[in-house]
Design a protein around this ligand. Sequence first.
Ligand code: BGC
Length: 755
Amino acid sequence: MADHVLARLTLAERASLTSGESLWRTQAIERAGIPSITLSDGPHGVRRQPDGGDHLGVGHSLPATCFPPAVALGSSWDATLVRTVGEALGREARAMDVQVLLGPGVNIKRSPLCGRNFEYFSEDPRLSGVLGAALVLGIQAQGVGAAVKHFAANNQETDRLRVSAEVDERTLREIYLSAFQHVVTVARPWMVMSAYNRLNGVYTSEHRWLLTEVLREEWDFRGVVVSDWGAVDDRVAALRAGLDLEMPTSGGGTDASLVAAAETGALDPALLDVSAQRVLDLVGKAVPYPGESFDAEAHHRLAREVAGQCAVLLKNEGVLPLRPEASVAVVGELARSPRYQGAGSSQIVPTRLDDVVSEMSALAGRELAFAPGYRLDDQERNPALEEEAVRLAGNAEVTVVCVGLPGEEESEGYDRTHLDLPAGQLALLEAVAATGTRVVVVLSNGGVVRVAGWDHLTAAVLEGWLLGQAGGGAIADILYGVANPSGRLAETIPLRLEDTASYLNFPGELGTVRYAEGVFVGYRYHDAIGGEVSYPFGHGLSYTEFAYDELDVRVRGEGEEMVVKVSARVTNVGERAGREVVQVYVAAPSANVRRPERELRAFQKVALAPGESTTLRFTLAFGDFAYFHPVRRLWTIEPGAATVHVGASSRDLRLSGTLELPGTLPRVVVTPDSPLADWIAVPGGLEVLRREMRPPAETGQPHSRFLNDSALRMAASVPLRRLARFPGAYLDPERLETLAAEVNGGADQLVIESR
Ligand code: BGC
């Protein structure tokens, strides 16, 4: 909206633009012709509550398609598919008069215990960023805005409105901000939602460095920063830091505090104008689309197709796909009462709901034998239900056992405390397996569950996550081979909770959570310690096989201009059409900081007919090899060999190529306070010291004993100025500056880091 609109508004009106009128709407100013717009959750369906909604309650929202939540979309590894979902969400938002959809959530799965992991894509920032951007592009292509959330370091639910995430800058930049940066710079979302928590002691909604320096000045974000619902603590501080819109309504109270602060000079009114103008610009873009509707049937079909590309086949000992005539029993309450989305603000009312047992029966062409086996509202075993299930299983060649997490185990608002399936479900699984039937487990869970205790009882395991309203049909499609599974793990399945990097520091204590594991999150940690896992990041099976060859890696340009072209051929060498996710990992040169063994930098999902090959091309850039230097506060590459791996998971690397990188550290000079090690690492440095550190002739020594091989190692960390004080160093402290100048002068290409 043009600037002259703002000029006509009073101070109070300007302030009113920067907060909500109700739970979901912004404030209108009728006399100036400024309408109010509607924001709704998000992210995997439109949760449009008619006015007077109740925030976390779901009772009043209009029916909408429940697409697979982010945990499942993340496992699709398919940006094109996710964009298609975004477009459908955009169409539904238009039909329900929603101008901004509150999603996607691109927070990193720091711990498998986070109660809201079902709403996030991955433990990896590149995967989260690329898929988050795809969803935003899809939604916004329909003329509806997206709000990427929760910015930033909102990786747990425990104490989420107060806890301070203590994260060092390198870890923030490389892991926790990276997905947001990708979404903001690639997809240009209309909004960014700040988080509830504090970051290094400051509420994210009042964090100037985060909301202004990083988001706007570095990433050039031009949209509106909205608070999470009820996140604002001090409205004036928040506005000053760069928060434009407080939601939901504060009933006018905090608007008044802005006006008062502007009048007393405590707040620069120009800052208020900037935020008000941003909201006006948003309102200007957010046009209504009256009279539109969406095709619920078509969207349900899309939800099924998408879900079929999200489920991950973890294991298959030849039992899948099932033949239609196979003797099959289905057990587990979840087969008829599906869990298909998580609880909290993203929970929507679906337009319809498929279940596994009916959909399998439809594909088999007959009603399959079913027994519930356990109750969802009781975690313990139920002997009567178990017995009935065991009887069915005993008569079946194959038994599909549907198990998973009961709804109350994971939700927005609280975290999980363990990774185990309910005891009653595990007992059922053991009893069914003991009958000798071949067991196919289908999992329904929003956060990772432990498989290590029961995996060996099964012939196949399909990780169905939460697949949305058409998940039942999608699972049936996969089990009967109508769809070939192509999901890949977007998070590691650890052997035990204790094996995860954040185990000792989650969810923190006394109001603080220390991200002590640094950048070693998920597979970055497991790979660094060479730890065994149940299933690695990137893993997932297909009913066909793929072969990789013809890797080509070429570097062009240097430093920040560097471009690395990678290509590899992948061939479907099996007998069915299928999709492969080709993953590119980079192992960077060794550095002065500890870096992960390898990191996902690119990926592509490709559909191939039997016998078909394709050559995939990837472009990597400076940032894919760099780390964030914590002292220089710059993205940096140190010289050395980097390896590019192309493979089918983080631990199934099929092809590798190396390249030499010159490094981008500036020439580093030594000073009198540099340690001996740095002085001798400089070309010519040792010679200069040998010349200088000369004992009297009568000792018969050519130079100080500190420069003998045996002593050099011990003295390596001693700053030269201190060394000069030791008897036997024979080094004149007055000459240190002169020597430094001499040594530095001969070190034009020096690229070591001075410690
Ligand atoms: C959640 C957000 C959500 C908002 C509005 C908050 O509790 O953290 O993700 O968009 O409520 O429902």
